[in-house]
Design a protein around this ligand. Structure first.
Ligand code: ADP
Length: 353
């Protein structure tokens, strides 16, 4: 019967989830050269191994010193498709239907492909759909498959964190007043029943995001955007209820500002971004080391995601690399941040055994 099918699926999923539990995974994605930005065909990425290694070459150095290897759970080459990017993420997305919380982050400097991974390119076809849409499509698909056994309700929230202030991007939908607290739970929760509903909401969210911003691209690269998908499932046999949520987080650009540029508003933005990204690193690190004190309160980002970082929640971070020579400095600092996050996970996994 379909109920037994669900039980069997749950068992399989449970095993996959056990693999992921408590761990953070870090995947690295190198974006291709864009037309007109060929850097004379030269790339800072020298080699990508199937074992999760990536070798970076310093264009200004010679010999052995010029090369450095970083290791992750996986490294995707420039020709990886959106479909390939999503495949390994699927078990994590599916676990949300079983009551788990999960976070997927996109990290990297502006222009490295964060939005491409999470949403897709500006002109999208189904083939170039990003993680957001694929995740939603999956959630709706599976909840339909299980409809005989479990009744699911899906709802979404969209917020933006800019200069340590949380803005509800779906606020107009229910005419809610200003977002009072700091938590995602305070933001508008909009029920959805198909992928198209969500696409429509995201358009509204994007529009709201642009309000007050001089240039949308500028603004969006300096704010974190969080799309949260809540799932509530009622077991039709036992009547028990489970709840899970998935946060899809397109982080602000991780680039450091030039000293000469760092004045006024720009400096303030940069400080807020630095603060929240390092707070995120600190929280992940504290969780992995099983510290008594997890410093969630050091930034709005970590506060907002508190319930979904740590405990039984699962975290996945896509770090993005721009292979152009002039991005070398940022590439190294991105990889160092990511490796810090990733190696912590490996250490923690070892000590669990
Ligand atoms: P970010 O969100 O990090 O600022 P974007 O996602 O906007 O970066 O990517 C910058 C540009 O590069 C966009 O024009 C985007 O379409 C393109 N791009 C990024 N990643 C890829 C990819 N994997 N394949 C093709 N084009 C990409």
């Amino acid at each position: 019967s379909s109920y037994h099918k669900v039980l069997e699926e749950n068992r399989l999923l449970y095993n996959q989830v056990q693999d992921l539990k408590g761990a953070i995974r870090v995947y690295c994605r190198v974006r291709p050269f864009l037309p007109g930005q060929q850097s004379n065909g030269q790339s800072t990425v020298d080699y990508i191994g199937e074992d999760g290694n990536i070798m970076i070459v310093n264009p200004l150095k010679q010999g052995k010193d010029a090369r450095k290897v970083f290791s992750f759970n996986k490294v995707f080459t420039t020709n990886a498709t959106q479909e390939q990017i999503y495949v390994d993420t699927q078990p994590l997305v599916r676990s949300v239907l079983d009551g788990y919380n999960a976070c997927i982050f996109a990290y990297g400097q502006t222009g490295s492909g964060k939005t491409y991974t999470m949403s897709g390119p500006d002109l999208m076809t189904e083939e170039t759909w990003g993680v957001n849409y694929r995740a939603l499509r999956d959630l709706f698909h599976i909840s339909k498959e299980r409809a005989d056994a479990i009744k699911y309700e899906v709802s979404v929230q969209m917020i933006e964190i800019y200069n340590e202030q949380v803005r509800d991007l779906l606020v107009n939908i229910r005419n809610n007043s200003q977002l009072n607290g700091l938590n995602v739970p305070d933001a508008c929760l909009v029920p959805v029943s198909c992928t198209q509903d969500v696409l429509d909401l995201m358009k509204i969210g994007q529009k709201n995001r642009a309000v007050g911003a001089t240039a949308l691209n500028e603004r969006s690269s300096r704010s974190h955007s969080v799309l949260t998908i809540h799932v509530r499932g009622r077991d039709l046999v036992s009547n028990s209820v489970l709840k899970g949520c998935l946060h899809l987080v397109d982080l602000a650009g991780s680039e450091r500002v030039e000293k000469s540029e760092a004045v006024g508003e720009r400096l303030k933005e940069a400080q807020h971004i630095n603060k929240s990204l390092s707070a995120l690193g600190d929280v992940i690190s504290a969780l992995a080391q099983k510290s008594q004190h997890i410093p969630y309160r050091n930034s709005k980002l970590t506060q907002v995601l508190q319930d979904s970082l740590g405990g039984h929640a699962k975290t996945l971070m896509f770090v993005h690399i721009n292979p152009e020579l002039n991005a070398f400095g940022e590439t190294i600092s991105t990889l160092k941040f990511a490796e810090r996050v990733a190696s912590i996970e490996l250490g923690a996994a070892k000590s669990n055994k």
